[in-house]
Design a protein around this ligand. Sequence first.
Ligand code: F6P
Length: 357
Amino acid sequence: MKRIGMLTSGGDCQALNAAMRGVVKGLSNNVDELEVYGFYDGYKGLIYGEYRLLTSRDFSGILTKGGTILGSSRQPFKQMRVPDKNGLDKVEAMKQTYYKLNLDCLVILGGNGTQKTANLLREEGLNIIHLPKTIDNDIYGTDVTFGFQSAINIATDCIDCIHTTAASHNRVFIVEVMGHKVGWLTLYAGIAGGADIILLPEIPYDIDKVISAIEKRTKAGKGFTILAVAEGAISKEDAKLSKKEYKKKLENSPYPSVSYEVADLIKQRTGTEVRVTVPGHTQRGGSPTPYDRVLCSRLGAAAAEAILEDDYGYMIAMVNNKTTRVPLEKVAGKLKMVEPDCQIINEAKTMGMSFGD
Ligand code: F6P
């Protein structure tokens, strides 16, 4: 008999359901009795005791379904130790729900913030298994997170569509790709979509370098230029500001996002028409790609194996194409960022792509 709780927390992505299905299939195939409690809307369900006993039916036909059958919400890690508006101690409340249901463990699917709370619950004595979800691919200790490949497909499709219209006009096009803190998605979609200029949070840009990359293309007879710009791309000047100063600058900015600021500067300096496209949350939507379905089936099965062995306190990661149990205390709170001097960046530069640096 196994009794597990499950929740999906933070921004959603395409393969959450596929991962939950993997865990449940892996368990139900190997135990006589299984009870799965699904908590609604992430940690909120665990805090306030909002859950449902799920049956195998709930996990049927969801391999290809985007979103999450449990719902999700952002419950910032910073707020976990802060009582709610009615004075409720959230951590104690989560523990009480866990003990009341007599759970063997909690399977928690989420990104960095979610992982920090998962580790906190581990420190508080709960049995935890974490599965690394995010389109941002920024979880330290795993080669890849689920959702990343599916999001690359969507962002790349967007750049591909821009390419065909770009070829008909002498314009500069900017596609703004998700990723406030890290640029993995922009980097991969940018290369896959053949962007000419890629701006990432990890490599502050110099607008002069961006302009000269555009002018170089114009001189070479190329009518258009495509930029893939991460949501969190930042100029060299802005990177010198403190976090507080930069936040203030953004609050007072006339632009909805960095791409519009870059667009305006390009227009002023080159006189070229510039268009901005923001695929936004479409990047988290739709069906998971076959790659993500396989990844989640493998991570789910590996999570089930750990649960069957009563071996807890891990993120189930993919390392060198092997599912691996990575101790949560070793990774929680760490971010996997793009190294400005890494091989893939240098290879892109060799091909003439500019990073504005
Ligand atoms: O962390 C995933 C992510 O999609 C980021 O890429 C993006 O910056 C952020 O979430 C958007 O968050 P929200 O859905 O809360 O607007």
